[in-house]
Structure formats: C-alpha cells, structure tokens
Design a protein around this ligand. Structure first.
Ligand code: SF4
Length: 323
C-alpha cells in the first residue's frame, strides 16, 4: 500500500506586505485552506502561475515561513509542533534545492567546506567518513573531485546547481523540496539537471515536492500534478491524466497556452486578465473573475474537491452533480 510521507491539512499562510506610496500594511493570503498529500517515493509537482503561492507553500513545508493555521505532518509527526530534537531530525531528512544556484551557495566557501558543514553540524563523523561521503556524492551529481577545492564563482550555472544538489544529498535525506530548480539555467543545461534529479530519485529512493511554472518539465518528471491557483489546489491527478484529460478550466487554460503540449481537439481556454492580488481575494471560486464558464453559484460559493476519476480531484462547480 502507498504511504503518505507528507500530509498537509487545511493549511493557511498569511504575511504582511507594504503597499502604496504611504507604505500601509496589507495582508497577503498566500496559501488558503490547502490540503495535499505526497506519497513516499513519488515526485509531486506543484504547477501554477507566478504569484499563486507555490513558493510560500514550499517555504512553509521547510519551516522557513510560519503557518497561520492547519497541520503539516511528516512521517505522521506534526512538524509545526516538534520539539528541538525532533526538529533537528526533520531538518536532516528534508532538504531544499533553490531556484538560483548563484545565490544559494556561499561565495566565500570552497565547495569542500560547503559540503562538509552540514555533515559536521548533524553527525558525529570522522574526517575520513566525511571525505568518503563527499567524494561519493560529488561523483553521483556528475562532478570531478578536483572541483572540491574551487569556489562557486569558478563554475557555470549548471555546475553550481549540481553542487547545490550535492549539498542537499550529503545528509541522505528522504524528502526534497525543489523550488523551480532549473528555471534560472540555460535551456541546454535544464535537461541535464532534470535527468540528474530523475536518476537520483531512483538511486536514493527520494520523494520530491517539485515546484515549477514550466509544464513541459513537469510532464517529463512528475508522477502526479497539483495545480495551484491563488493559494488553493484546484486540480490533482496523475501526470498523464492532467495532461490528456484536464478538467478544471484553469488547468485547461495553462495547458492551452503551450503549443507543444496543447492537445488537438481539446477546447481552448484563454486566460483573461491578470492573476488577482492575493491581498484582495475574489469571493466564491477564486478563478471566477477569469473563468469563461462562471455561473452565479461560482461568485458566492467555494467549490469542494470532487473525485471525478480514480485519484483525480477537481474543485469546480461544473463537476458538482447536485447543482
Ligand atoms: Fe469556473 Fe465556476 Fe468552475 Fe470556478 S467553479 S472554475 S468559476 S465554472
């Protein structure tokens, strides 16, 4: 039976942001009552436009943002209520790969020291044991041991992202949150890093939360896809089902905007207008201001998640048979 490694239940995250010429504070509703499970050994992709709350969700799972309400459990333990010892263990098992390999590595540290640091903090290992782990890891990410005595500025963007991946792997994690890990790289390098992540997932039996706005990358890499809009998951299913039988009008609009993914014969939905501000969320279905199928019920009521096929959930009144 498939086990959930991460379970997110009714999670809401808000933060204050300065607004306008006078700098008055406004509340940003970045994640709204979000529920989502990630199964052990899968790559679950979070798709959606910039500003939909994907990165805030990732940072909250990493405990870099504070949840306003809800629960996040990892291996059945609520990470929002962990004691110091449990938190230390959690931080070993869960690692993050950031979007920008230029800013995520300390420019003043040699690569060997960047890789040694987490091992020294988290384990009581001899120098020989540390060196063995580092050499094995650097080889796994496709770099030579000669790189260990160099500084980050001596590498290309793709090589720096390999180093950032090695830093995540040295602690032998179970779960990796990858936040747009290839979007800052040249297109020619992106495929190499994506293939590397796929190989490492198999070799290390890793589970991934993979955040991306790039649906081509998601289609190639993910086992399941959760489509996010204004802090909510509006559709969730296996990758093939999302790409070949999308149900939510927002998912159809995202897919329709990409010529190489757009399906022949599939109805085309064009996204109207910009993403509304998360400081001023629409009432009812949050997509109603841009949805060509909007009905009166959509403006006042929030749709529940409905199961429309095996493990395929959608939040849209078009699929609510009781209407
Ligand atoms: Fe469109 Fe209504 Fe469905 Fe929202 S609930 S996506 S507004 S049809």
């Amino acid at each position: 039976m498939e086990t959930n490694l991460l379970e997110i239940k009714n999670l809401s995250v808000e933060y204050k942001s300065k607004h306008g010429l006078l700098g008055s504070l406004q509340t940003i509703h970045a994640v709204n009552n979000l529920t989502l499970n990630i199964k052990k050994g899968e790559i679950l992709a979070i798709a959606g436009e910039s500003g939909c709350g994907k990165s805030t969700l990732a940072k909250t799972v990493m405990l870099l943002e504070q949840a306003k309400s809800g629960e996040i459990t990892f291996n059945k333990k609520n990470i929002l209520q962990m004691n110091k010892i449990e938190l230390k263990d959690f931080r070993k098992k869960v690692q993050m790969i950031f979007q920008n390999p230029y800013s995520s590595l300390d420019p003043k540290m040699k690569i060997i020291d960047t890789l040694k640091e987490p091992l020294k903090i988290n384990f009581n290992l001899s120098e020989h044991e540390i060196d063995t782990i580092i050499l094995k890891t650097i080889e796994k990410v496709g770099l030579d041991k000669e790189c260990l005595n160099l500084y980050p500025h001596e590498f290309s963007g793709g090589q720096r992202q390999r180093i950032a991946i090695a830093r995540a792997l040295v602690l032998n994690p179970e779960f990796i949150v990858a936040d747009e890990p290839v979007s800052a790289l040249d297109v020619s390098i992106q495929a190499q890093i994506i293939n590397l992540l796929k190989e490492l997932k198999e070799q290390y039996n890793l589970t991934f939360m993979f955040i991306s706005h790039d649906l081509s990358v998601i289609k190639y890499l993910a086992d399941r896809v959760a489509v996010m809009y204004l802090g909510e998951i509006v559709e969730l299913s296996k990758t093939d089902e999302i790409f070949f039988s999308p149900a939510h009008p927002y998912t159809k609009a995202l897919l329709g905007a990409i010529p190489q993914i757009n399906q022949i014969g599939e109805e085309k939905i064009l996204l109207k207008g910009d993403l509304p501000s998360p400081a001023d969320l629409p009432t009812g279905c949050k997509f109603h201001t841009r949805c060509p199928y909007c009905m009166p019920v959509c403006r006042e009521n929030i749709p529940e998640a409905v199961l429309i096929n095996e493990n395929h959930f959608v939040k849209c009144f078009l699929y609510n048979k009781n209407l």
